[in-house]
Write a protein that binds this ligand. Sequence first.
Ligand SMILES: *[C@@H]1O[C@H](CO)[C@@H](O)[C@H](O)[C@H]1NC(C)=O
Ligand SMILES: *[C@@H]1O[C@H](CO)[C@@H](O)[C@H](O)[C@H]1NC(C)=O
Ligand SMILES: *[C@@H]1O[C@H](CO)[C@@H](O)[C@H](O)[C@H]1NC(C)=O
Length: 302
Amino acid sequence: MQLFCRLFIFFHIQLAIGLISIDLTHTIKSSNPVFHGLTPFNFTEIRTIWTQDDSKTYYFKAKNTFITDEHFGTHMDAPYHGSNTSWTIEQIPFERLVSIQALIVDVSKKSARNANYPIEIEDLNEQAMKQATGYFVLLFYTGKSKFWPNQKDFAGGHTREELAFPGLSPQLASYLTKRYSEKLVGVGIDTLSIDPGSSKHFQAHRTLFKKNIYVLENVAALDLVLEHLKNQSHTFFAFDVLPMKIMGGTGAPCRLVARLEDTRRTGGKWFGFLIFCLVVLTIGIALKAVCDLKDNSMKNLN
Ligand SMILES: *[C@@H]1O[C@H](CO)[C@@H](O)[C@H](O)[C@H]1NC(C)=O
Ligand SMILES: *[C@@H]1O[C@H](CO)[C@@H](O)[C@H](O)[C@H]1NC(C)=O
Ligand SMILES: *[C@@H]1O[C@H](CO)[C@@H](O)[C@H](O)[C@H]1NC(C)=O
């Protein structure tokens, strides 16, 4: 019975529904918005050359170098960034990064009315959060990502005083660590920082870091994920967090991948069911053949 259940789930996921992967990563360019005081990304084209091999055929070679702040573009803040006893990038256990779950909190309406909106406990969907079956990341969608890469519209400006964008209130950060730190492994947002732009001392960062909860900033394409989730019954989706594995890193550029059901491929549902039936039938026939064989050999023995 267990085998049949497993088979059904396998075919249901692989064929019936189909998965769609969404890249939640902005492309890194030196013109990306930056937090005040950060070293901008410096990309240097070292050389592109055409060279000849032994048979005098020309072939192409190119390479570049770059200098970057750890906290540039779509990136992870390791807990060590603000807590001297917490994990650096390479110390974060792999099972907290790959094949985890994620949930989006949409605060775009409130954020549109308040440039430094402090996200509150009431904004959470706790009924959904309690359904987490394993490690999960909470992602806040403020709508600011629509203005990427325009520094003024995305982040309010360049100077410390100009910075303005929504972020977690200190109360929300401590509530999350008190209630959810067993399964909550990370918190992400589509702005420059998980603390509001007007924050002076980064309470949300510090509170989460103490519990070894990592932070994801400048998360892209959450609106696209929300669009897909509208057509689905569940609020969680599969999520992968892939930061560069920098020894002692306090942060790192990070690739983020959301994996969801592709509900546009509903035709595939029947195809998957058909394959499932065929497999069950084949196994049935095979089992019967084996049983018959056993029966016959028993008879022969007798
Ligand atoms: C970028 O790096 C190169 C190579 O180190 C350096 O020559 C150049 O001045 C840098 N550019 C900026 C804008 O910092
Ligand atoms: C972390 O900082 C505290 C407070 O300054 C200090 O007592 C402690 O030794 C530090 N721990 C490490 C591992 O650096
Ligand atoms: C959601 O469903 C509607 C109606 O079936 C469809 O038009 C739309 O393309 C779907 N959106 C996504 C993102 O799958």
